[in-house]
Design a protein around this ligand. Structure first.
Ligand code: 13P
Length: 250
């Protein structure tokens, strides 16, 4: 399976020009990439700028609402993001959980809605520093996974991508040790196997996210056996982002 290299720009580019520069740099660099699939998730305000602008680089949104339309001021719908060319959507990022009060129930509604809409949800999971210290990492992940996938039937499960992002590793420069990432990978695969069977467990991509750089990315793929990475800060620098993709372009 070719690696997935997902850019989460978060709320970072301040202007359309800045966003266009990062996009153009990434698209230009993507010509060097043979197998890895690049997905860029810009802020919603800029998504429309990139619709249909690149074939090799796919577009994703950073969030969505679960309702099709209506009086939900400030929200973005799946119909809207799909219409402007998104095929992927990040769901349950820890920043959304922590800063915007997203619960597992809300996240589950978004996952179900995205699947029903034909978009690929990238469901983000991860423990906080406190939960890790208390030795609750696997319980937290199990809970987030079970609640997030509640009601997702086997027929739809093969459309899901998981992203393990330990909260304490996001934007901190503290990289998760490869051995922990590998343990989590095995744990999540086992949980998916129990829920949906071996074929889906083997095929479901599991990404790692949290302070990924070109000099640490390889171990997450080679040793921790992740299917790809979800990159925050480093995705704003197209040269570094493409270097990351090049490291795992096999
Ligand atoms: P950083 O790569 O900046 O640590 O962010 C990771 C992340 O949150 C991606 O979704």
């Amino acid at each position: 399976m070719a690696s997935l290299v997902v850019a989460n720009w978060k709320m970072n580019p301040k202007t359309a020009n800045e966003a266009k520069k990062i996009f153009a740099g990434t698209v230009a660099g993507s010509k060097k990439i043979k197998r890895a699939q690049i997905i860029i998730c810009p802020p919603s305000a800029f998504l429309g700028l990139f619709a249909g602008k690149a074939k090799k680089v796919k577009l994703g949104a950073q969030n969505c609402h679960w309702e099709e339309k209506g009086a939900f001021t400030g929200e973005v719908s799946l119909a809207q993001i799909k219409d402007i060319g998104c095929r992927f959507v990040l769901i349950g990022h820890s920043e959304r959980r922590k800063l915007f009060g997203e619960t597992d129930e809300m996240i589950n509604k978004k996952v179900l809605a995205a699947l029903n809409f034909g978009l690929t949800p990238i469901l983000c999971l991860g423990e906080t520093a406190e939960e890790k210290e208390e030795g609750r990492t696997f319980q937290v992940l199990k809970d987030q996974l079970e609640k997030g996938l509640n009601g997702v039937i086997k027929k739809m499960a093969d459309k899901i991508i998981l992203a393990y992002e330990p909260v304490w590793a996001i934007g901190t420069g503290k990289v998760c040790e490869t051995c922990q990432a590998e343990e989590v990978n095995i744990f999540l695969k086992k949980a998916i196997n129990e829920k949906y069977g071996r074929t889906i467990a083997n095929a479901m991509p599991i990404l790692y996210g949290g302070s990924v750089k070109s000099d640490n990315v390889l171990s997450f793929i080679k040793e921790a056996k992740m299917s790809g990475v979800l990159v925050g800060g480093a995705s704003l620098d197209p040269k570094e982002f493409i270097k990351i993709a090049q490291q795992i372009d096999f």
